[in-house]
Ligand binder design. Structure first.
Ligand code: MEV
Length: 313
């Protein structure tokens, strides 16, 4: 093909960050309005990459881009196209390192674009397996949750090592996503939890309770009481605090949202920075809280109606 496009989107972990690493279930939402797009074009010579981090040849990518470089080389080898010239442009509206899955979305979009460019069929299992090449490099020992959500158009129920399952959402609630502007530190946070499990007797029960909360949330999302769903969110935030992965900026935004009518609030993603999510029952309240959070330090907010999650294309 002369040119091909691959896309993916941001993700929000509703339940299960960290506990998913230890086999507990997670619930994750694709945020399809916040996209990553990769365009590959035919060119006479060279293998050129352009992104917000780098503009140059595939062989000269800096160390911070090794995960992406590794992924591209793996795809080219697999498709027997190592010497084919191309020009790739990566554009992303997903803020980096805020727990919104920007690295997994980039990987998924790159894989889709290449398979399309070379007109090669791509199974869903192969898509996730390839995304794992860069995710392993970037995040050490990822659960696969980010890649599974970046590759899904609908909310998923995810257990490490199993196929993600689509789950129905039947809630009229609204989700506010607020970016603290502070880089999350997923790798560090994952290490911190590991250390807590060895040293802090409250850590293991917290992991188990996070899993139990995800199970209760699944039922409530399908058909249930929004205030109860919110209460489970806030409880999960406290459990994540126990594990030591929150941040004062996240706690401040959570407190503000809750004291101004949010039904629940918790950090989302790896934590130690990144984003907060809060739940409301009306879009008016969601807008009010979103602007309050922006006045109090959030650098960006988004509002997602939960009911729309099922119907995204
Ligand atoms: C990162 O988005 C989610 C974590 O649970 C890590 C992982 O699942 O690999 C913190």
């Amino acid at each position: 093909l002369k040119s091909a496009t691959g896309q993916s989107h941001a993700k929000i972990i509703f339940w299960g960050e960290h506990s998913v690493v230890y086999g507990q279930p997670a619930i994750c939402f694709p945020i399809s309005e916040i996209k990553t797009t990769v365009v590959i074009e035919q060119t006479p010579t060279g293998q050129h990459i352009q992104s917000r981090y780098f503009n140059g040849s595939l062989t000269q990518m800096p160390e911070s881009q090794t995960g992406i470089q590794l992924l591209i080389n793996t795809i080219l080898t697999l498709l027997d196209e190592e010497h084919t010239p191309f020009q790739m442009k990566i554009s992303s509206a997903i803020p980096a390192e805020r727990g919104m899955g920007s690295s997994a979305a980039t990987a998924i979009a790159i894989i889709r674009a290449f398979y399309h460019f070379f007109q090669h069929p791509l199974t869903h299992a192969e898509l996730l397996r390839l995304a794992d090449v860069s995710e392993q490099y970037i995040h050490g020992n990822p659960s696969g949750l980010d890649a599974a959500t970046a590759g899904s158009r609908v909310p998923i129920w995810f257990i490490r090592g199993r196929r993600p399952q689509a789950i129905p959402i039947n809630q009229k609630a609204y989700l506010i996503i607020a970016d603290t502007g502070i880089m999350g530190q997923t790798g560090l946070a994952v290490q911190h939890v590991k250390k807590q499990l060895a040293e802090n007797p409250q850590a293991q029960p917290a992991i188990e309770k996070l899993g139990a909360n995800a199970k209760a949330a699944r039922t409530l999302l399908a058909d249930g009481n929004t205030p109860k769903l919110g209460a489970i969110m806030t409880n999960s935030h406290h459990l994540l605090q126990t594990l030591g992965v929150s941040h004062p900026a996240l706690d401040k935004l959570a407190g503000l949202a809750l004291s101004h009518g949010a039904l629940g609030a918790k950090l989302t993603g790896g934590g130690m920075g990144g984003c907060l999510i809060a739940l409301t029952d009306t879009s008016e309240k969601a807008k009010k809280i979103a602007s309050l959070l922006e006045q109090n330090g959030a650098v960006q907010t988004w509002i997602e109606p939960l009911a729309r999650m099922n119907h995204k294309g």
